[in-house]
Write a protein that binds this ligand. Sequence first.
Ligand code: SF4
Length: 239
Amino acid sequence: MPRDKKARRSTTRAGKAEKRRRGSRESAGTLRERARAIVAALADAHPARIELDFSNPLELAVATILSAQCTDKRVNEVTRELFQKYRSAADYAAADPEVFQEEIRSTGFFRNKTRSILSFAQALVDKHGGAVPDSMEQLVELPGIGRKTANVILGSGFGKNEGVVVDTHVKRVSRRLGLSDEEDPEKIERELMELVPRGEWSDFGLRMVQHGRYTCIARKPRCDGCALEELCPSAYSFD
Ligand code: SF4
């Protein structure tokens, strides 16, 4: 598209977004409708997929713990060998922390992550016969597992919709989209659960992560070409 035409289109869109912002005292019904439209537009724009490699809920749990402050690509490099060596919760529980910490060192925060993974595995052995439980209540009781990780395990490991994953991307995008103005991830999650149909919770979370990673990026969101631009009160407000 010629540059001036593109600029004109962008200005018109920015004007529309500004109108949306000014009239942003949305009724609950309108917000709900907009949220449904966002769910549909996201489904067209992004696959509901997790970028961590895993073949069972235990591997998913370990990979998710390792992914804190680390790229999924790096985690996948590390787990390629790790998952060959540690095949059960008992294997992790019996690991030498000094050795384990070297094996996961490149994912960062390796001492904390070693503590979390080995205590998580020990609790699985002690309380669940070595299996990863498939309920939110039981998962969040385990060391190293908060609601975010539990939602990843339940959604992608067991295909259950028990909540919405709220990581740093989902938090930022939810706020920009005006779906929540909360800061606390659990409060954001509760608001998203009110707005998004239950059957979509897991996929919606995964798609929001993708959207935050590749389109609605932290420093300079790519509003021009964003599939949610017509539905977003923050569009073009970052120039
Ligand atoms: S990229 Fe822009 S238009 Fe899209 S969701 Fe983010 S702020 Fe809104």
